[in-house]
Write a protein that binds this ligand. Structure first.
Ligand code: BJW
Ligand code: ZN
Length: 248
């Protein structure tokens, strides 16, 4: 599973590396992905649960789904892939993680600049008056709660048909355009607009490397596809880059 010399050379000279991640990067922490055969959507369709109509129809059901996932996320530990991404910061002038994940594992692994495109499972807000509810105690309550205004309290995540946070989108698209190297790690490249980011990098001359155990719509366009688990290949890349830098 050797990374190419071209990739190592690009990294050695890189000013900005963007690491764009999806559910696959957390799979080795024991968190279910969405679209693999044993993933979340195999049991629950997104139409049923990851949209605002489902929440309005049955807030308790959607809340319980998030509480179960939150429990898995808070009990999980960052894996070797998350840690290698954080370690890149010691070798490259600027590293930014742009994640679709809501599990907070990149920050817990030590990544200093993480853009959360699809929000965070660790926060909530009122669906009616949009007041924020950041008290961690809410993350373990089995009953869906109501705000003082009477609105239901929902997770601060981006559901289908909803806009991504404008500030996150603005930074992410700018950084993808400026990236010397963009890694797309553990994402099916199926959910838009996030899936556009590697293409923004490609159009602006960035070197795009896909790390995914399977192929995706990005695979034929990427400069390299490394078909290995991220927890195995990312530490390898970081190790080789560190050796190269030490040897000057
Ligand atoms: C490994 C590995 C290992 C495993 N190592 N690899 C038709 C065409 C185009 C777009 C649309 C369309 N119809 C509708 C849309 C828009 C829609 C969309 O994209 N739909 C597509 C599904 C078709 N997008 C939206 O609605 C977005 N908003 C929007 O467009 O706003 C404008 C608008 C407004 C009004 C009306 C219409 C448009 C919002 C998208 C929000 C996505 N939300 C979710 C839920 C978040 C909260 C939660 O987690 O509960 O985000 S859905 C889900 O998918 C989640 C994920 O972040 C996202 C991406 O999934 P990801 O990360 O790619 O996971 P998987 O499981 O799919 O893939 C894992 C990969 O890892 C696999 O490839 C494995 O092989 C690999 N892997 N283990 C390396 N160890
Ligand atoms: Zn309210």
């Amino acid at each position: 599973m050797q990374p190419s010399n071209t990739l190592l050379q690009r990294l050695a000279n890189a000013r900005l590396v963007v690491v764009f991640t999806g559910a696959g990067v957390s799979a080795e922490s024991g968190i279910s992905t969405f679209r693999s055969p044993d993933g979340l959507w195999a049991k629950f369709s997104p139409q049923e649960l990851a949209n605002v109509d489902a929440f309005l129809r049955n807030p308790q059901l959607v809340w319980e789904w998030y509480q179960a996932r939150r429990q898995a996320m808070t009990q999980a530990q960052p894996n070797a892939g998350h840690r290698a991404i954080a370690a890149l910061e010691t070798l490259i002038p600027k590293v930014v993680v742009i994640t679709q994940n809501i599990d907070g594992l990149h920050a817990r692994a030590g990544s200093g600049d993480v853009i959360e495109l699809h929000g965070s499972a660790l926060r909530n807000f009122c669906i009616q008056c949009r007041r924020r509810y950041d008290d961690p105690a809410l993350l373990t309550l089995q009953e869906v709660q109501q705000c003082q205004c009477g609105g239901f309290i929902r997770p601060d995540v981006v559901w289908f048909g909803e806009m991504l946070p404008a500030d996150a989108v603005e930074r992410a698209w700018q950084l993808a355009a400026e990236a010397t190297v963009l890694f797309s790690v553990g994402t099916s490249s199926l959910v838009w607009p996030a899936a556009e980011l590697p293409f923004v990098a490609l159009e602006n001359g960035g070197y795009v490397v896909e790390i995914n155990t399977e192929t995706t719509p990005l695979t034929p366009k990427a400069h390299e596809h490394l078909p290995f688990p991220s927890g195995a290949v990312l530490p390898e890349i970081v190790g080789m880059l560190r050796t190269m830098k030490e040897e000057g």
